[in-house]
Design a protein around this ligand. Structure first.
Ligand code: COA
Length: 173
């Protein structure tokens, strides 16, 4: 895990498949990134089920991860997270590019996801990758704050094509 004194550049982080041995590191990142984090069991089940689980490292230091799964010729992005102190340095973009390439190679031609309505940063990230909003699932999430109201999910999707890893660049043009 990162110490507060470490100074690393993350623009060249390496993305590789997650292994059982990575679960403790991934869990630590997940707990810092999500108000209702996946459990260790969730990650182990995802690996055992053959979900596409990727981890990003810079100089060997785990700094982010992503989990997706295939559903016939479509896929679902279940999780993507990057340590708070190294955000906006392109790590999630590296994870997304690798995920999209691998899902496309497995036959996925569309990716769906759900995102909290209040998570405008993630929505912006997805919009830059070409995702559009396809609907709303009312009260889908438990409250992310102290109040007890449940929160709506935005349903977002993007079509994958052979150049999907560069969808974000296309969206910026
Ligand atoms: C969403 C998340 C994964 C993005 O990770 P990241 O490594 O910071 O993303 P990148 O650096 O690759 O961002 C690429 C681009 O996406 C957009 N973007 C990313 N985060 C953004 C934010 N918080 N606000 C606005 N735009 C954002 C920007 O266009 C950014 O490019 P720029 O920095 O040159 O402007 C990260 O904020 C995170 O882990 N959040 C908590 C977990 C989470 O919400 N996951 C998604 C659940 S559905």
């Amino acid at each position: 895990m990162l110490s507060s004194t470490q100074t690393l550049s993350f623009s060249s982080a390496r993305v590789s498949p997650m292994a059982e041995a990575d679960v403790a590191d991934v869990l630590a990142i997940e707990r810092r990134c999500n108000s209702h984090p996946w459990s260790e069991r969730n990650f182990r089940d995802a690996l055992a089920s053959g979900y596409l689980c990727l981890i990003a490292r810079e100089a060997g230091v785990p700094c982010g991860f992503a989990v997706g799964r295939m559903l016939l010729d479509e896929a679902e992005l279940l999780l993507i997270a990057v340590l708070p102190e190294i955000r906006r340095q392109g790590v999630a973009t590296l994870l997304w590019n690798e995920l999209a390439l691998r899902l496309y190679a497995s036959g996925a031609r569309r990716i769906h996801l759900e995102v909290r309505q209040s998570n405008t940063g993630a929505q912006r990230f997805y919009a830059m990758r070409g995702f559009t909003i396809e609907g709303i699932r009312g009260g889908y999430y438990p409250s992310g704050t102290q109040d007890s109201r449940r929160e709506d999910a935005l349903l977002m999707q993007v079509a994958l094509h052979s150049a999907s890893a560069h969808a974000g660049d296309a969206a910026k043009e």
